[in-house]
Write a protein that binds this ligand. Structure first.
Ligand code: ADP
Ligand code: ASP
Ligand code: MG
Length: 404
């Protein structure tokens, strides 16, 4: 079999842990498999590197940021290759440009276009473990790019897809995907199997155990993903196509994002075309907009509310003041900071009524005010005050009886 293993920051956080990783992938190879290992930077290292850049410039150039941030993974692959040699094994380290993980040129959030697997095949042909730097790629012009925070997951699944691997194992610091972040909800339960669709929602709604794009890749190329612990041999969570039994479960997970801001444009004209005047300047500036809600406030007037990430909130306001003053004076633009979006996710929602009601009741019971609500086929999200985020997650986890 071809097995791809990915080890996250904590799993390669110390020399001792890297030695453990070496032993684990050698054990896999000795069972007769071809092994490609993707590693992240040692825990804390990417933050440290980005912090250094920040000390040089308040708004660092993103191309240079990627040159800096990508070095964390370069150290990890070199160390792991040496650790495998020390155990008597054969391994070669490979960086993004050596495999050729081809990406677009969106520095700091690049998308993978193609993975050329030849260097990996060559390593396999020589009985070597291919030790691959996660998080990094190269654009058409040869610039180093990175895939966004948590991007090594995506490196791993993309390599697994390119190699047509039998499994992509994501080794991390928890035993698998849980019904809620086990570091927030102590009685959260490990899920044995979860559908790509549910995992996609959980990842995009705050469960950082897998980067969203890794799940997208897995789904598109049908890569079975096994999320498991690097500290034990327990069976983890399989992310797989939807199965009949999954529908029986109403909610499979609760999650939350933090640091959202709500912007309301109060009493603007509800004329046709007004929305493009609001959202065009934001889109042109690359400000991502999330939940959007509009409510008529008086005849011909509407309150238009939407959320952006905290980091974008000031910029968004400035853009609206600049571009929308003819129909919305600056004092009609209201911003509320420090919000959180809590969400429940489950394919079972498609066929059950009353799920939203149960969610609202659980939040009401804790006296949590709901700013905004959004739904899709398999999720319901409520925007609430950030300080209640963890309380809300625990309350919903209890209300849907997800605990062990
Ligand atoms: P790595 O460094 O291995 O990539 P991450 O820190 O990116 O690890 O992801 C693992 C973390 O994701 C866990 O420690 C946990 O706190 C968090 N997490 C959030 N939601 C969930 C969830 N539903 N199931 C499992 N882990 C979750
Ligand atoms: N080291 C990178 C980060 O911290 C990539 C990863 O860990 O997946 O975001
Ligand atoms: Mg991660």
């Amino acid at each position: 079999m071809i097995i791809v293993q990915k080890f996250g920051g904590t799993s390669v956080g110390t020399v001792e842990r890297i030695k453990n990783v070496a032993r684990r992938c050698l054990a896999t190879q000795r069972q007769g498999h071809k092994v490609a290992v993707i590693v992240s930077a040692m825990s804390g290292e990417t933050n440290r590197l980005l912090g250094l850049a920040q000390q040089m410039h308040v708004e660092p150039d993103e191309r240079e940021l990627d040159v800096i941030a990508s070095t964390g993974e370069q150290v990890s692959v070199g160390l792991l290759a040496l650790a495998i040699h020390a155990e008597g094994g054969k391994a070669v380290s490979l960086l993004g440009h050596q495999i050729r993980v081809l990406t677009d040129s969106a520095f700091a959030r690049a998308r993978i276009r193609d993975v050329e697997g030849q260097a990996i095949e060559e390593a396999f042909a020589q009985n070597k473990i291919a030790v691959i730097a996660g998080f990094q790629g190269v654009d058409d012009a040869g610039n180093i790019t990175t895939l966004g925070r948590g991007g090594s997951d995506t490196s791993a699944v993309a390599v697994a897809a390119a190699l047509k691997a039998d499994v992509c194992e994501i080794y991390t610091d928890v035993d698998g995907v849980y019904t809620a972040d086990p570091n927030v909800v102590p009685n959260a339960r490990k899920v044995d199997r979860i559908s790509y669709e549910e995992m996609l929602e959980l990842a995009s709604l705050g469960a950082k155990v897998l980067q969203i794009r890794s799940v997208e890749f897995g789904m598109k190329y049908a890569v079975p993903i096994h999320v498991r612990s690097s500290f034990n041999d327990n069976e983890g969570t399989w992310v797989v196509p939807e199965e009949k039994a999954m529908e029986a479960v109403l909610v499979s997970g609760v999650t939350a994002t933090k640091d959202e801001s709500k912007i309301t444009m109060v009493g603007i004209s509800d004329a046709t075309g007004i929305h493009s005047k609001v959202f065009r300047p934001l889109a042109d500036a690359g400000v991502g907009v999330d939940t959007i809600v509009q409510a008529l406030s008086a005849e011909g007037r509407t309150d238009l509310t939407f959320t952006v990430s905290k980091g974008d909130s000031k910029r968004a306001r400035d853009l609206l003041v600049k571009h929308c003053s003819d129909f919305c004076p600056p004092d009609h633009i209201r911003t509320v900071e420090n919000l959180s979006k809590v969400s429940i996710v489950g394919v079972g929602m498609r066929s059950h009524a009353g799920v939203a009601l149960k969610m609202f009741e659980a939040l009401a019971k804790e006296n949590i005010y709901i700013h905004l609500i959004s739904t899709s086929e398999i999720k319901i999200s409520c925007v609430i005050d950030g300080k209640y985020s963890e309380l809300a997650v625990r309350a919903l986890h209890d209300a849907f009886e997800l605990g062990s």
